[in-house]
Design a protein around this ligand. Structure first.
Ligand code: NAD
Ligand code: TYD
Length: 363
């Protein structure tokens, strides 16, 4: 019997992970600790909320006494740590929350695990696991060639990636110093159901449906390596079950795309699915090139050969299929979109985009 603590389970990847865990694991209980920030929505898991294997606790990972209590009450032996502030643009306008949650919050969890699990060598044989979910953004920005491997030097360039890099270092240090049974995953950009509509793909889907501008930063040629969220979640489970303690595993989609290609693909698929805009305008006409993001990383690309060769994981959902599924999900869940885009989102969006200078129309 495993007692799993998932942090940030009401967010995008956490909610997808909990669904996968409930559907595929045996003999466990799962506690989801989530602060319910703007990015955390209990309705993401409303349909499984009554599952007897599942318990939701609203709380902050920075709250040491709450975390210690949870470890004791629930006899936690497995942690899958998703909770974070996760949006680069927000880290540029307000870095403090990123330092607090991503660095301090991770430290609080590590300390609670160390207190509950002990710090001697035997702890590594106990079967316990602390899996820290991180990002490829810690490695910085690639030029036109090359890939991030597990031994690429860290070179974070945004407050978000710097805070995730700090947390990765802390997690790794707890393995070496305290024998904490840790694992780290660094994954590329995810997309799929339940992603908050401030990130590129859901933002473009929703704006394009509403006939709103589609803001593309800079020249639109920045490259991201896209992975469908269920593949990421399967990768995390694989590392949890088979990974070597103390190791890092890169997880990636092997799907590099320029942002402009992602945006035009979504426009064309929506035109095909729901018809073009009034006046016979294709959705590509909504594309607006806007002032670039500060410190905008040019290219991310993951070399995922370690997890493939050592643990047998590889992506199963290609971009064409994944983006179709994602669009369908957003079309079928307009209520969800409406409910998460509340007043605070509108305020953020206005600050971020409505006043953002347009550069030129390159479409
Ligand atoms: P998200 O922003 O959608 O969700 C974050 C969740 O954490 C929310 O439910 C939020 O309420 C919760 N949370 C925030 N602060 C908290 C706190 N102090 N205490 C408790 N809960 C708190 O994020 P996501 O996209 O699901 O990302 C999850 C994790 O995966 C993050 O650690 C992120 O760095 C990492 N990651 C994300 C991507 C991606 O493309 N989205 C890629 C690689 C890695
Ligand atoms: P995002 O989804 O914020 O993920 P990340 O910054 O973590 O990679 O952005 C993905 C890419 O899309 C990134 O290069 C920035 C760009 N982008 C836009 O061009 N317009 C937008 O409105 C957003 C949110 C992102």
């Amino acid at each position: 019997m495993k007692n799993i603590l998932v942090t940030g389970g009401c967010g995008f990847i956490g909610a997808n992970f909990i669904r996968l865990a409930l559907a595929s694991l045996d003999n466990f209980r799962l506690v989801n600790l989530d602060k319910l920030t703007y990015a955390g929505n209990p309705q993401n898991l409303a349909d499984i909320a009554d599952d007897p294997r599942y318990r939701f606790v609203q709380g902050d990972i920075c709250d040491a006494s709450l975390i210690e209590q949870l470890f004791a009450d629930e006899q936690i032996d497995t942690v899958v740590h998703f909770a974070a502030e996760s949006h680069v643009d927000r880290s540029i306008t307000g870095p403090a929350a990123f330092i607090q949650t991503n660095i301090l919050g991770t430290f609080v969890l590590l300390e609670a695990a160390r207190k509950a699990w002990g710090d001697n060598q035997e702890s590594l044989q106990s079967g316990r696991r602390f899996l820290h979910v991180s990002t490829d953004e810690v490695y910085g920005s690639l030029g036109a060639t090359g890939y991030f491997t597990e031994s690429t030097s860290y070179d974070p360039r945004s407050p978000y990636s710097a805070s995730k890099a700090s947390s990765d270092h802390l997690v790794s240090a707890y393995f070496h110093t305290y024998n904490l049974p840790i694992l780290i995953t660094n994954c590329s950009n995810n997309y799929g159901p339940y992603q908050f509509p401030e990130k590129l793909i859901p933002l473009v889907i929703n704006n394009a449906l509403q006939g709103k501008d589609l803001p593309v930063y800079g020249d639109g040629k920045n490259v991201r390596d896209w992975l469908y969220v269920s593949d990421h979640c399967k990768g995390i489970l694989t590392v949890l079950e088979q990974g070597t303690l103390g190791e890092t595993y890169n997880i990636g989609g092997n799907t590099e795309k320029q942002n402009i290609e992602v945006v035009t693909t979504i426009c064309d698929l929506l035109d095909e699915k729901v018809g073009v805009l009034a006046g016979d305008n294709p959705r590509r006409s909504l594309i607006k090139f806007v002032k670039d993001r500060a410190g905008h990383d040019r290219r991310y690309a993951i070399d995922a050969s370690k997890i493939k060769d050592e643990l047998g994981w590889q992506p199963t959902v290609g971009f064409e299929e994944g983006i179709r599924r994602t669009i369908e999900w957003y079309l079928e869940h307009s209520d969800w979109v409406g409910s998460v885009m509340d007043g605070s989102y509108q305020e953020y969006y206005q600050k971020m985009y409505d006043g953002r200078p347009q550069v030129t129309s390159r479409s």
